[in-house]
Design a protein around this ligand. Sequence first.
Ligand code: SF4
Length: 506
Amino acid sequence: MPQSAEKVLDHKDLFKEPEYQAMLEKKRATYENATPAETVAETADWTKSWDYREKNLARSCVTINPAKACQPLGAVFAAAGYDSTMSFVHGSQGCVAYYRSHLARHFKEPSSAVSSSMTEDAAVFGGLNNMVEGLANTYALYSPKMIAVSTTCMAEVIGDDLNSFIIKSKEKESVPADFPVPFAHTPAFVGSHVDGYDNMQKGILSNFWKDAPRTAGEGLNIIPGFDGYCVGNVREMKRMLGLMGVEATVLGDASDVYDTPSDGEYRMYAGGTTQEEIKEALNAKATLSLQEYCTRRTLAFCEEVGQETASFHYPMGVKATDEFLMKVSDLTGKEIPEALRLERGRLIDAMADSQAYLHGKTYAIFGDPDFVYAMARFVMEMGGEPKHCLATNGGKDWEVQMKELLASSPFGEGCQVWAGKDLWHLRSILATEPADLLIGSSYGKYLERDCNVPLIRLTFPIFDRHHHHRFPTFGYQGAIQVLVKILDKIFDKLDDESDISFDLTR
Ligand code: SF4
């Protein structure tokens, strides 16, 4: 045997050993009834042709490898931003295992959420009993200060009503009558994690703000939106606001719960916005959202209670950060300090220093609508040319906004916007109209290999690289991190491809 206690091989070497190769060959020959390799190669080639692309882009009844997750995952992420809050997902257990593992694989941190464990009987008779028992267990076992309830497909298909279920559960003393149990219906068969985030944010704020008296003050609330870089970004945003002397309440601060230390103590809950802060946030003058598509319903609710609102598309890069800081300055009357002006200048200096390598590079960008917007904008600021912008969870309104953005710069002229398309569409697109670089999540690695276009991982989920989320992408300093990641990829590619220009100095 190639594997023994004295000789432990990693799987990447182990399966190359003759015993395993012979076993795999036998399996193929005996059980797989495999198509001949030439036919597979021929078909694979055809799937990269214009002929196949047209068929693929006409596809409407099936989605293959969408660049989005389902609503409850966004709800679980939103709830994680609140102090000692346990996510309770009404539905089947497997779904919740998916949200937990998805978040844990990205952040390399435990991600807590419980389920009401609905099975066949609940699907037929309704999940009220599961809710009553589940809330009681969650309260007793995990000692949360708040339980945030969302739903999976199963509960939505049978039409379980969260409001009445929670009222009944309180009547049956699953949790004390005054214990906060905000909820959001998050039907996974429409929208995406971005909508789930929005619905849960609105659910939590409604729980504390609805019918509460408001005394309009001068405070500022900030909602970060669904952001896989929240650990670095929320801290960076607080740092920038600190330099301005602005104290803002972050509604949904998940930066600590996804970055707990290893010191011998397991923290199921860490940091997060407290209930006192949520209540006080009702009196704020304004609520700003850093990601418009994550907060449309939430901001509408903030307006209903009398607050001013404004939203951004992920403030990254020069102009996007300028707009965010100027809005904060307008609302608070605080000057943008010299320290931030210097950071801005340093970002522009870094972009100028690397211009020879950045200018004219073409990009395919995929991810959530706000991220793709921000990334395309920053790429154009750097002198790059977005060629394909794709958001599976982007709709017609996003497409219009993207086209306006692209029309604002000569670098956007050749770009095509792909709203509602998936990563199998993107494969056809890249195979027929290639770009120099691909920006997206870890799911782009298959496209990288298949279409030979280098991938830069800059958005959720990043499973196959570690700790990216600890560094900011927001603001001027975050933009420098993004710039460096892009440049590293450009230089690696140049070194890999160069026979006459393997230069020490670039
Ligand atoms: S799409 Fe539906 S079944 Fe699938 S994980 Fe989401 S809630 Fe569960």
